[in-house]
Design a protein. Structure first.
Length: 278
């Protein structure tokens, strides 16, 4: 999907680019598959800010997504490709042969009128859902489960994909978007292809107001705060950090410090670290 730019008639549109939505269907969301979503401004159930610099933005209608479909043996037809404000990827409305409708994350090759299937020993084509046992090595996949039946947790953002490198015993070795090599049980399911909206990473917002429309507030530097608010704060004028290394607001070293627990039980499934360049 291409990007659109504009004539620089104002400073706000000089560097602004937007996605070309010409390939998406001109229809309203399926009412039965939508629901309200409340904005909490980065606050938890006690009213404390746990995610900074979030709040405001345009109202959103939540679309219920079927991550990793399990309607085995029932053919589904793509009746619409739609924009979803809650994620970077585009979504596809599927009308199954039994009359049920569901949203799924669309692949980069999904088009209106395509048919999809899920289950064992089905055709290897974009957006079809299979267990890793039935997917050949070297295939490009997305929407990958980490635990059988839990639903997809890996490679759901726009343009991402995972490479199935090998199969060892009851595990498949996957190369993650980060470069990490990880073992996943072969019973886990994935969809064939790459997530739609590949050009999303090249979009330029162009102005600060567009970030506010997305619910992103300005990110204040620690050096302009008071000492009570940030370890970098205080001093006369522009001062250096005043510490051995830059820190987070809570005193954790901010650059090069490993925060992953050495006792993390999932570490045994990591074959190669993402920092090691292959």
């Amino acid at each position: 999907m291409a990007l659109k730019s504009f004539k620089p008639i104002t400073p706000g549109v000089r560097f602004k680019t937007v996605a070309d939505f010409s390939q998406l269907s001109d229809k309203k969301p399926e009412k039965a598959l939508t629901g309200k979503i409340k904005s909490h401004g980065g606050r938890n159930n006690q009213g404390r800010v746990t995610a900074r610099f979030k709040g405001g933005g345009h109202k959103r209608l939540y679309r219920e997504i079927d991550f990793t479909p399990r309607k085995d043996g029932i053919e589904g037809k793509v009746v619409a490709l739609e924009y979803d404000p809650n994620r970077s990827a585009h979504i596809a409305l599927i009308n199954y042969a039994d009359g049920e409708k569901r949203y799924i994350i669309a692949s980069s090759e999904t088009k209106v009128g395509d048919t999809i299937m899920s289950g064992h020993e089905i055709e290897i084509k974009p957006a079809n859902t299979l267990p890793l046992t039935d997917i050949p090595a070297g295939a490009t996949i997305y929407n990958v489960e980490m635990k059988p039946g839990k639903g997809a947790q890996i490679a759901r953002a726009a343009g991402t994909f995972v490479r199935l490198m090998a199969k060892e015993g009851k595990y498949a070795v996957l190369k993650m978007p980060s470069g990490e090599m990880r073992r996943i049980l072969l019973e886990c399911r994935a969809q064939i292809g790459q997530v739609s909206n590949i050009e999303n990473e090249n979009i330029s917002l162009g102005k600060a107001g567009r970030s506010r429309h997305l619910g992103i507030k300005p990110h204040n530097r620690g050096s302009v705060m008071n000492p009570c608010d940030h370890p970098h704060g205080g001093g006369e004028g522009r001062c250096p950090v005043g510490r051995p290394a830059p820190m987070s607001p809570w005193g954790t070293p901010a650059k090069g410090y490993k925060t992953r627990s050495k006792k993390n039980p999932s570490s045994k499934y990591i074959v190669s670290d993402r920092r090691k360049k292959s």
